[in-house]
Design a binder for this molecule. Structure first.
Ligand SMILES: CC(C)(COP(=O)(O)OP(=O)(O)OC[C@H]1O[C@@H](n2cnc3c(N)ncnc32)[C@H](O)[C@@H]1OP(=O)(O)O)[C@@H](O)C(=O)NCCC(=O)NCCS
Length: 237
């Protein structure tokens, strides 16, 4: 019996050639509509769909069954876990992590009979934000840099940078470091130390926490970018 050979269509061939020449990877089961921008090193896995006019940076990962709508802007090194839909109106800065099956929204009061395409709300995910598994982000808000949304939370309001948010509706339960470790109470000088990195943090004005050792947008030194101790062993130290 002659071996069956799958012949790629011209469109598939062009898509494949384009991704290869631009240095990103698209799994054969994924769809990428044109035109759109995808940075080098980015990987788009099984059954995902990138719609036209999406703009995606370098070294991102889109897991299985991820959808990125038209006009969405995504920075570099963004990790999107399985089953996430990123709707028009989302602006996702560098180093954001979107956990599995988390839900983003873009209309606050959807009704099937009313067309609100021109009214999509903007939702901003600042540098380094983490959204936990199955959390929901109600649209029109801003999640501050390195904020951390716990699994299953429903976020309805702006979130401060480095805030750890939990529950339904989400409330701030503390501050959390860039390394994702809750920060303990400040010392007499107002300093909170991340037990993983040793970096110092301070609430420099009410509600505004800054890292005193590294600019929020500076890359981590490679040695500080690998986890070696478990969360439970570090927490509360
Ligand atoms: C928020 C998180 C980091 C833990 O924070 P923590 O402060 O260390 O939490 P603890 O385990 O010490 O629990 C403290 C309290 O918060 C509760 N809690 C923890 N996580 C919670 C969550 N996601 N939602 C609601 N309550 C939560 C605990 O039950 C505990 O309550 P209690 O004091 O009444 O017993 C973690 O629970 C979480 O949600 N991580 C996200 C995981 C994820 O989605 N990963 C995706 C990639 S796989």
């Amino acid at each position: 019996m002659p071996k069956k050979v799958y012949a790629m269509t011209k469109k598939e061939l062009t898509s494949r050639q384009e991704s290869q020449s631009q240095g990103y990877f698209v799994h054969e089961s994924a769809y990428v509509d044109r035109p759109c921008e995808i940075g080098s090193g980015t990987k788009i896995w099984h059954f995902s769909h990138i719609m036209k006019d999406a703009k995606i940076g370098e070294n991102c990962i889109f897991g299985q069954n991820v959808s990125v709508a038209s006009g969405v802007v995504i920075g570099n090194n963004v990790k999107v876990q399985n089953n996430v839909s990123i709707y028009t109106g989302a602006i996702i800065e560098d180093n954001v992590f979107l956990g599995p099956s988390c839900v983003l929204t873009n209309v606050i009061n959807p009704r099937s009979q009313i067309v609100r395409h021109s009214l999509y709300e903007k939702t901003i995910f600042r540098h380094g934000t983490t959204v936990g598994a199955n959390a929901t982000i109600v649209c029109g808000i801003e999640l501050g840099w390195y904020s951390f949304i716990a699994a299953g939370a429903v976020v309805t309001k702006d979130v401060q940078g480095y805030a750890l948010m939990m529950g339904v509706p989400a409330k701030q339960v503390g501050w959390i470091s860039r390394h994702g470790i809750p920060l303990s109470e400040p010392d007499a000088d107002g300093i909170m130390i991340c037990p993983e990195s040793g970096y110092c943090y301070k609430e420099v004005e009410p509600g505004v926490v800054r890292c005193l050792d590294l600019d929020e947008e500076a890359p981590l030194p490679p040695k500080k970018a690998v986890g070696r101790v478990s969360y439970n062993d570090l927490k509360g130290k």
